[in-house]
Design a binder for this molecule. Sequence first.
Ligand SMILES: *Cc1c(COP(=O)(O)O)cnc(C)c1O
Length: 471
Amino acid sequence: MDIKDFRKNAHNFVDWMADYMENIESYPVKPPTKPGDILAQLPAMAPQTPEQMNDIFKDFQDIIMPGMTHWQHPGFLAYFPANASPPSILAEMLTSTVAAQCMSWQTSPAATELEERVLDWLRHMIGLPDDFHGVIQDTASTAMLSAFLCARERLNDFKTNHSGLNDAGRHCCYASAEVHSSTDKGIRMAGLGSDNLRKIPLDENFSMIPAELDRAIKADIDAGHKPTCVIATLGSTSLSAIDPLQAIGEICRKYNVWLHVDAAWAGSALVLPEFRWMIAGIENADSFVFNPHKWLLTQFDCSAFFVRDKSALIRTFEILPEYLKTREGDQVNNYRDWGPQLGRRFRALKLWFVIRSYGVTGLQDHIRRHIDMTRALAEQVAQEPDFELLAPNPLALFCFRYRPAQVAEGDLDALNERIFEAINDSGEIYLTQTRINGKYAIRLVSGAPLTRQKHLDKAWQIIKNISRSTK
Ligand SMILES: *Cc1c(COP(=O)(O)O)cnc(C)c1O
């Protein structure tokens, strides 16, 4: 494709993009696609000869789009939001055009220095202490793995990177029983073994009980094991529980255990000063992660990972073969040494565009709107006699079930599962499910940029209608 054709196509695509954003509500939020539907429309072999962009684009519209889930749809109330926004999309257009590989300072000085600056902005915007250093990772899972590796290396004097774990003893990690699956995965990948992840019991608000954490660490020490890392979760995936950071941090300091704070979704709410109570005690944390790509209008992928001791991070990851040496050395950040990846996308640009185009107050308005709307809806649900909330809802997420008086407790799980499937099959809204104290629960999170009060009003009508008409 020559530049002339590129220009023409790009203009067409931009029109398509704007139309998509304008008309997104005309799509079913979750497509009615069955497994294999799309595959059956795709040729088994790659084309031998060039095809026209018109034909490729037509297939995109006819084959691909009907099988997409629309995460930016205002009725998307499932999983967690994966925000995009016009400034973020514009920045991604520029990023993919310049197409720089930003592994070290020299391979794109502006990308490195912009990343340093916007993460300083972000740290300040969410009220983290000044001695935290930030780096953008692809996901919170990668940040979690990085935290485990740093914790392991710091504990072993940075020797296990070389010697391996054979004689290093049993490394134990601790997290709430509500912890995200990326914790189990990270522990496996770090070689620590998921059998060594202690899931600490929860209080009535589904938050980790500090005394139980203390007891578990002490038991491991007494048994000759090595307490290595504690994960405190702010905003658990299932039901947005918040672990008590202050008390957990004090225990971590007492036993000198690395404390990683996983605020992947809820961290965005820290742009609101009234939610900073969640990070009271943050000065005892060693690392912290949250995903602007969830709820802060910056599209995937953009996970902000902060560490207090950047030398622990760099000593864990730095590898310097001759071909990667550059003369700037220590004067600059080389982000290839701040995580598992060598090659890195230029992800700071979209964050910069987003923060500048919304301003801190614009971002605060976005978060506050979702929290206010969702809490108000949760209140309506709680007041309806045949519905009940199943957990506290401190942020923009709540879990509920339909519980009409005439249905026996033992039949409620199956009934709610049928309701849940019918709601999602409607194509109007999309929810996910969880289990709370063994009970099947329907879970609603609001965070898509286009979701307004009228959409949540409509969602509630749909939920009530489908619940009351499902047998
Ligand atoms: C979403 C989420 C994760 C995983 O995030 P990725 O960026 O997809 O790896 C981890 N922990 C919590 C609490 C989350 O909400």
